[in-house]
Design a protein around this ligand. Sequence first.
Ligand code: HEC
Ligand SMILES: [Cu+2]
Length: 345
Amino acid sequence: MMRKQIWRLVPVALMLFLLSGCLGEENLTALDPKGPAAQWIYDNMLLSIAVMTFVSIVVFVIFFLVIFKFRRKDGDEELPKQVHGNTAMEITWTVIPIILLIILFIPTVTGTFDFHVNADPSEHEDAVYIKVTGHQYWWQFDYEEGFTAGQEVYIPAGEDVVFELNAEDVIHSFWVPALGGKIDNIPGVTNALTLNADEPGVYKGKCAELCGPSHALMDFKVIALERDEYDAWVEDMLAVEQEATAANAEAGYEAFQENACISCHAIGGQGMATGPALTNFGDRQTLAGVYDIDDDELLKEWIRDPQSLKQGNNMPAHPDISDEDLDAIVEYLRSLQVRGADQEY
Ligand code: HEC
Ligand SMILES: [Cu+2]
């Protein structure tokens, strides 16, 4: 009976095995570090696995040695001589764990100090300093130059970038596994984190603190560019004006105003930021952090009924918006490009 039940675990184990593939989703992994902070975490992970393996081997070897060597044999009548409190052994098994703890302690503490930063802009005058605000269920990135970006944060590669972390509503957590550790975004508290991407590229990030029904859809991206490309991007973000970008999508620009989208979405420094800034929406790699960006129908679905795609999010539905307006808005949104569509990342 018992044995039969154990076999039932096989499909479960198989499922877990298959699901474990999901952990490797592109670069959403801490096991392939792409920056110094992530490298430090990875090295520490390997070190603790090594220490743990050493301890396990020693313990199991002694364990099996003892149960075989000292087991009761035929003819053993009396209990063997009982010993208590062997000082040499007591010292040995106290000192060895202390040494192992010191081995773990030193790199952990030195790294913690190396990578710790204060959320004080005046201490980071040479570094790029970006304010990150977590919202249910999107990310806002405010640059010192005075513009705002939504969902995707651009940084120069190979440089320390300081992120000041805050939250608008509930606790979120800013995590880019390939670049470093995670720190919470807490309403009313200011935390800071420094990340450095070795190479230009796109690094996936995720909210790592359960923050509501669409927590699992609160993804973002770090896009690391060469320094000169990054500078050009900053210039371009600053140069965007609502009307200017709208020149080729006049009707959409008007529909965007008429439907009061602008009351929540800033474009080029105008409008409110209760929702993600759409200044460079045409450059986005995903819709709302997670969906296929190239699908016009999905984008229209989002505008008509955002709840159907991201439960509990704070964008109201627009059930009465006309098809004409929708088409025009989609065209307008697609025209909001700063980098252009043919970028590699
Ligand atoms: C009351 C504020 C509000 C209004 C009005 C509003 N939105 Fe939104 N919008 C939001 C919020 C909040 C989000 C972020 C949702 C999320 O991802 O959790 C959002 C997300 C979006 C996104 C996805 C952005 C991205 O970075 O992927 C698009 C596109 C968008 N809105 C378009 C529109 C359009 C078009 C209108 C007008 C018809 C509109 N919104 C009206 C609040 C608003
Ligand atoms: Cu969150």
